[in-house]
Ligand binder design. Sequence first.
Ligand SMILES: Cc1cc2nc3c(=O)[nH]c(=O)nc-3n(C[C@H](O)[C@H](O)[C@H](O)COP(=O)(O)OP(=O)(O)OC[C@H]3O[C@@H](n4cnc5c(N)ncnc54)[C@H](O)[C@@H]3O)c2cc1C
Length: 648
Amino acid sequence: MDDATHATLPAHLDVDALRKHLDGRWRHVREDVREKAGSTVLPDPDAGSIEDYRAKITEALRELGATGTPAIGFSKEHGGGGDVGGSAVAFEMLGYSDLSLMVKAGVQWGLFGGAVQALGTQRHHEQYLPRIMSGELLGCFAMTESGRGSDVQSLGTTLTYDAETQQIVVHTPTHDARKDYIGGAARDATHAVVFGQLITGAPGEQAQGRGVHAVLVRLRDDDGNPLPGITISDCGPKAGLNGVDNGRIVFDHVAVPREALLDRYGQVAEDGAYSTLIASETRRFFTMLGALVRGRISVAGSAGSAAKKALAIAIRHGDKRTQFTRPGSNDEMIVLDYLAHQRRLLPSLAKTYALHFAQGELVATMHDVQSAAEVDDARQRELESRAAGIKAVATWHATDTIQTCREACGGAGYMAENQLPQLKADSDVFTTFEGDNTVLLQLVAKGLLTEYRDHFGDLDTLGTVRFVADQFVGTVIERTAARGLLSRLARVGAGKNGAVLDRAWQVNLFEDRERHVVDAAARRLRRAAGASPNRAFDLFNAVQPHLLEAARVHVERVVLEAFIAGIDTCEDDASRRLLERLCDLYVLSEIEQHRGWFLEHGRLTPTQSKAVTNAVDELCAQLRPFAVRLVDAFGIPPEWLTAPIARR
Ligand SMILES: Cc1cc2nc3c(=O)[nH]c(=O)nc-3n(C[C@H](O)[C@H](O)[C@H](O)COP(=O)(O)OP(=O)(O)OC[C@H]3O[C@@H](n4cnc5c(N)ncnc54)[C@H](O)[C@@H]3O)c2cc1C
């Protein structure tokens, strides 16, 4: 190892100092959740029926509402805290509790309440937000349909305005248009934000489709019975998250007042005339979805918490568990002292740290963009792309990490009391909801290829192909918080090229890979220039896996830069030195995992490739003594870390 460029590891780590650094800008929110954690008793999902479990989660949800924490993300004028970033951090912290509770809260305050706030106007805010914030009025977010999940723009539900009655008629025209998987619908929600195609016209004008809009619909009466014209059924048992009551909803010509339209982006006058400030239907649609980006960011944060909790369990267990005696002695080996065990857990821990800083940056960007007086379209589009990418990478990482941790705990990891089976079952679907990961990465790739142009939202698949085919497009290395820092690094690293622990070399390798993969994808797409729509689509389809890889390597670069920026602001010397090593482990594990690409493309020599593997081994051994303290620094509320194998 090149110790000249790397300070030695500290003899001692002050866990509190590291935790404070990790807590970051919204430390007060994290501390508040920790303080209140004791009052949220986690229900045992296996103790009774699914109905019992749901009832307990709903009870916990109402208690959570009473604490006032969920209100922090809502506007101050309606009694909220006006703290967008704080609310995302609170959801992230809730990811340490029962994930059914986190999802139920996410539906109530993130999706349902968030849609009323972001898509509605003054009258909706005044009428509904105070009761939504307190949890008195429970709602759901009805977007997905049985036939259309990822392709939300093609929803089949119709919202037809009738000027005579001044009502909007909500209707499910086909089986495919049935609302499906809707959290909160089966049991608790009295209201729903329902997405569908708005159809309206001014007098003398043919009524026409205006694209996807949302209306607020009352689903149930005071006794909990569905209102006339509304049929609700239960999705039944799921692989996990059984404390959430997912359901299906069918509307049979259900009339709601004109005012029920959440009309921030498109309005219907009494006579049926439609007006909007965003003329393009597709652009309007993406603007509406963009306003809901907070949900996606919260899921990414909760996935991070789930991964941290699994690692805390597996690393604490691995630090005590012994198997086999060391030859020549009577001492049993602690399993975490086996290099193979370290290699399973510590690179995951390093990536979890990396994603922690990336998530922190994402939340801060969202807070600043959404709290700004003026809308900055370019920053908003970058935010949406970043949120899509981090959500995909973080949820896949959580799924992989939890499985690894389960195996790392042997049979004990399979026992319900040790929390890993529930974590695994509950977090699995994070890769699918709030946007399927594969589809999200396509969005990221589209942003890279079109340089987040103004008409980003206007480009459908073919539009993207045409755009890329017709223009010269280079890689976008978008702004990140670490830009200034990186140019400084490049100077410091000069002359040290080739040393695998040289941070400038590592950053250049990630940047270079991103540029190469995106440019190559753009070159392949340019072959579609002048082709027929059919041929252009076939070309796009053939490039699709390449585009997904482009998005993935882009996200890895953004995550690395966030990690570097996170280290730079760390004031505690011992913590900073450990973070440096974790960052090395994150980068080098990623390079090792994808070394085929680096070797094939002449970015790594065989000698460097071997040096990477040796460095990963060595970093694992060096970080091993700090492993338990590194998971302690997450500050997981002990009331929510109940696994007996995680006890000290
Ligand atoms: C537990 C749970 C809770 C949910 N809660 C809600 C809720 O409260 N409200 C709500 O509105 N929705 C909810 N959903 C729905 C969820 O958002 C959708 O399941 C999700 O958007 C994916 O849609 P889909 O299931 O139709 O999958 P599909 O879109 O049919 O995807 C199936 C597969 O096809 C692939 N695929 C799709 N399009 C492409 C493409 N263009 N290129 C390549 N591959 C593609 C995907 O990657 C995926 O692997 C929930 C779902 C679940 C499971």
